[in-house]
Design a protein around this ligand. Structure first.
Ligand code: GTP
Ligand code: MG
Length: 333
């Protein structure tokens, strides 16, 4: 059996962490590494108590909250140095069920370098306890990232997943800079673009049982910017190295970026102009005095239709830009 390390980053998770570790260790072949960022609630102390019970738990203590991404990078390095074959990412808040581990490992044994535990496989939504807004945000975020990057996986932002040591070594984990959702998107993208197969298995995700969420506006902003950063970065890499001759792909990158940019900024500007600049309305009202009623009504209808069409076309350009992402496809297992 392959040597597997389950890495759990923690910040104030003392309520749930012991249960999570307990159910991982019920199984043979799994060791646990907790990467704690100086949790004020004493999560690390709790881990130390559990460590005395046996040798399968380890702990990295960091001085303060340095982010999910860097916690995983440290965990990966620790595991690679100790010759683990598989390195699993798991949350401490009981959102991820340790009972899903055997399924993920079984899929890994078929050869991919990354297996993502997906909440959205086969058109289903396997999430318990989210409100509609949270679900919509997650679904849209996944759609946006997967279309922009042309990676046809169902759950790019999912944080329950397993990497092979070979995959981690070939993506260069020292280069990873992102945190939160962006970290999950970036690692999946780097594995897929390295030509390493990626698989997905269905999992059920439960909203955290207790404790506080660490989601922030910054984490969301990072995840919105990252897909375009990666995609444009590929364009510059190709130009610098002269390696890629995939002109249609780069053409779609440029048009897609410009259209998304124009769609979003144009839409915002139009909305701003319509709501603040009153001059055009004044001019129309002066004009109205010299017109028969029927002409005025038809002109109003015409103008409304014009603005509606303009607005819709801006929205559509943004949507088309997102669809223009195709081309670079990840391999599905
Ligand atoms: N070491 C470390 N762990 C973190 C940090 N931020 C989040 N985590 C841990 O990463 C895991 C996922 O974070 P969550 O806050 O559950 O994020 P989420 O699952 O997107 O959101 P909720 O479940 O709604 O809270 C948890 O185990 C957190 O304790 C951090 O800066 N450092
Ligand atoms: Mg969580």
């Amino acid at each position: 059996m392959k040597k597997t390390l389950v890495i759990i980053p923690t910040f104030n998770e003392r309520e749930t962490l012991p249960k999570v570790i307990g159910s991982i260790l019920k199984r043979e072949g799994f060791d646990v590494l907790v990467v704690d960022d100086g949790s004020p609630d004493g999560t690390a102390l709790l881990v130390k108590e559990m460590m005395s019970e046996g040798g399968r738990i380890s702990l990295i203590e960091r001085p303060g909250k340095l982010g999910l991404g860097t916690a995983y990078v440290e965990g990966f390095k620790w595991g690679l140095e100790r010759n683990y074959d598989y390195l699993v990412e798991m949350d401490a808040d009981q959102s991820h069920d340790p009972d899903d581990l055997p399924l993920i490992i079984k899929q890994m044994d078929k050869g991919p370098g990354l297996v993502i535990g997906s909440r959205y496989l086969n058109g289903t939504i396997s999430v318990v306890g989210w409100d509609f807004r949270r679900l919509l945000m997650s679904k849209f975020g996944n759609f946006y990232a997967s279309r922009t990057l042309g990676l046809l996986f169902t759950d790019l932002t999912g944080g329950y997943r397993c990497f092979s040591r070979e995959a981690l070594m070939s993506i260069g984990i020292d280069k990873l800079r992102s945190n939160g959702y962006a970290f999950q998107i970036e690692t999946a993208y780097r594995v897929a673009t390295a030509g390493i197969p990626v698989g997905e298995v269905p999992i059920i995700f439960r909203e955290r049982a207790s404790g506080e969420s660490k989601m922030s506006k910054k984490i969301i902003r990072e995840a919105v910017i990252l897909p375009w950063k990666l995609r444009l970065g590929r364009l510059f890499d190709a130009r610098n190295s002269g390696a890629s001759r995939d002109i249609p792909y780069h053409f779609r990158t440029i048009t897609g970026f410009l259209m998304t940019f124009a769609g979003i900024t144009g839409g915002l500007r139009l909305g701003w102009w319509l709501s603040t600049e009153r001059n055009i309305i004044d001019i129309l009202h002066e004009f109205k005095l010299g017109l028969p009623a029927w002409a005025w009504v038809s002109m109003k209808i015409g103008l409304s239709a014009f603005f509606a069409a303009l607005f819709l076309s801006l929205v559509f350009t943004a949507v088309i830009a997102v669809f223009a992402g195709g081309g670079q496809r990840g391999k599905k297992e």
